[in-house]
Design a binder for this molecule. Sequence first.
Ligand code: FES
Length: 117
Amino acid sequence: MQVSLRVCSLQDLEPGEGLRIESVTPPIAVFLTEEGTVHAVDDTCTHQDASLAAGWVEDCRVECPLHESTFSLLTGEVDQPPAKKKVRVHEVQIDGDDVYVELSQEAPNLPPGVTTA
Ligand code: FES
């Protein structure tokens, strides 16, 4: 069964930046783009243990703060190494000021050494 979780309010988000949400496992990152769209992906890069919420957002992609791979906020696809696997994308719903996320049912592509336990 899919469940929508309220993860934050729109006021918690800054345009062009990500917000790490630790109340879910693994943590997710919620982004408000400069264009005003809201997206959610797993926060942990698929290459190593880096927080994508601390990355740079441009053209609906987030660039990992540790290396130069970028991930689509729409599909999770990665553009170039060192990351090779896509990041999971979660469905976002906005209700008034509240941001809800429906977590993906796919298995997360966590990097080596990072577990959900
Ligand atoms: S940790 Fe993200 S690309 Fe290396």
